[in-house]
Design a protein around this ligand. Structure first.
Ligand code: SF4
Length: 449
């Protein structure tokens, strides 16, 4: 590993003729190049002519940018889209990846939630946890800071609450993209899995995982808005994984029972788990879709800690489709690396072998994109990760993304791998503007039924 402190020491000494901001930029670029090339930064320095005392800062930055963004540099790099934040890594902020099984040591509950099935299940499953009554989830939040270290400890605290306001939300999508009008069934906040790229890392403002006990109030809200929601797609996998904790919550059985009475609303469970036992105990319904995020196993190993393996996810998909459920697949986020094309082809082959094609409602594709604030969180929590090594730049929506041509190439490769089969599922792009759809040959349209 390249120690950021050493790189800073070097740049402060070697480039002391420049101001702090310029030295920070040199340090950041050197760090990123060396991390990507898996080299000690002193070797990177030796291979680049940046120590030449006659060079001006602009020359040095140009040399470093060319090395850091080689493909985009060839295409005429727009330097205003490069994001070079100060290098600031705290080794104590690293994610703790030691305990795969989810077993919170502290369970906070609102008095009004203490008679719920959820609370009873938690008591049976976690008898050794400390139980503490709280006035409200909010009262506990206010005492927390929301830094990385609090996030790292979130699996230790479970909150069982009664949600009062936020039952359904519009998916915020992203500025300038074709919105699919997804509705979020706001059933819990926080996830026991540890994906390096998870946006919740920069979004979370709670000190633990929050689970509501008052599912009936959610259902009432849906009843009251059923005309508006008719024909729409709603799902619980935005602020958590839909099924990762289903053995504790038992939500899935009740959700299926409820939405069976509302066949015009499509309900999606989105997961990286194989926690489908409850699903298999109830009869499927035509408007229920169970969907899995898929990535090659070597990507899962490095980026989706604690989640089910690719094999287990596909096995679960196979069981659900044989039990009569419709299924969906999300290739999101796709992070291109050497050999990614053949790896995704293989995943697609396995997917076709696992499920009955007629049961597949949709396949979505999305490339790695994230708010700028997440970059520093990822490199602090997962300092060994290579997920940030690609040529990510500030995109049309202010998020870090691959360039338009790179993204179109990624989508075309996956669409082609799917299209090489005789079966033609419905494919859509997630968080992309119409012009990217057109570039990939897809018609911008939505089809959920
Ligand atoms: S499964 Fe989804 S919600 Fe959970 S950590 Fe991974 S990306 Fe985040």
């Amino acid at each position: 590993m390249n120690y950021p402190g050493k790189i800073k020491e070097y740049t402060d000494k070697k480039f002391k003729r420049y101001g702090l901001n310029k030295r920070n930029q040199i340090a950041r670029l050197l760090y990123e190049i060396s991390a990507r090339d898996n080299k000690d930064f002193r070797r990177t320095v030796k291979e680049l002519p940046i120590e030449d005392g006659n060079y001006r800062f602009d020359n040095i930055k140009e040399i470093l940018l060319k090395k850091r963004y080689p493909s985009e540099y060839e295409r005429g790099l727009d330097k205003s889209n490069i994001y070079i934040p100060k290098l600031k890594i705290d080794s104590s902020a690293e994610a703790k990846l030691k305990n795969r099984s989810y077993s919170p040591s502290e369970i906070y509950f609102e008095k009004s939630a203490a008679k719920s099935d959820l609370f009873e299940n938690a008591k049976a499953l976690f008898p050794d946890a400390k139980y503490k009554e709280i006035v409200s989830g909010k009262s506990r939040h206010e005492k927390s800071d929301y830094g990385i270290k609090t996030y790292n400890n979130r699996r230790e605290s479970l909150f069982i609450l009664n949600e009062k306001y936020d039952f359904i939300k519009d998916c915020p999508c992203t500025q300038g993209c074709l919105s699919c009008d997804y509705k979020i069934f706001n059933l819990g906040f926080g996830c026991p899995y540890e994906c390096t790229y998870c946006y919740l890392q920069s979004y979370t403002n709670t000190p633990g995982i929050m689970l509501p006990a008052n599912l009936n109030d959610y259902f009432k809200k849906i009843e009251n808005n059923s005309t508006y929601l008719s024909g729409k797609r709603i799902g619980s996998g935005e602020f958590t994984d839909s099924l990762a904790l289903d053995h504790i919550t038992g939500y899935s059985k009740r959700i299926i029972g409820f939405f069976k009475k509302h066949p015009d609303i499509i309900f999606e469970f989105k997961t990286k788990s194989d926690n489908i036992e409850n699903l298999l105990k109830v009869k499927s319904a035509g408007n229920i879709v169970i969907s899995w995020s898929l990535n090659p196993q070597n990507f899962i190993d490095k980026n989706e800690f604690y989640s089910a393996s690719l094999e287990k996810r596909l096995e679960a998909a196979s069981k659900c489709s044989r039990a009569g459920y419709s299924v969906g697949f999300h290739f999101d986020p796709v992070v291109p690396y050497l050999g990614y094309r053949s790896d995704y082809r293989e995943v697609i082959e396995l997917m076709f072998e696992a499920v009955n094609p007629e049961k597949v409602r949709w396949i979505s594709i999305g490339s790695f994109r994230f708010p700028r604030s997440l970059k520093r969180i990822i490199e602090n929590r997962f300092p060994e990760s290579s997920i940030l090594n690609g040529e990510l730049m500030i995109g049309f929506d202010g998020k870090l993304r691959y360039s338009r041509s790179k993204r179109a190439q990624i989508y075309k490769n996956i669409i082609k791998a799917v299209g090489d089969h005789s079966w033609k599922p419905y494919i859509y792009l997630c968080m992309e503007p119409a012009w990217v759809w057109e570039e990939t040959g897809l018609k911008p349209s939505w089809r959920w039924k």
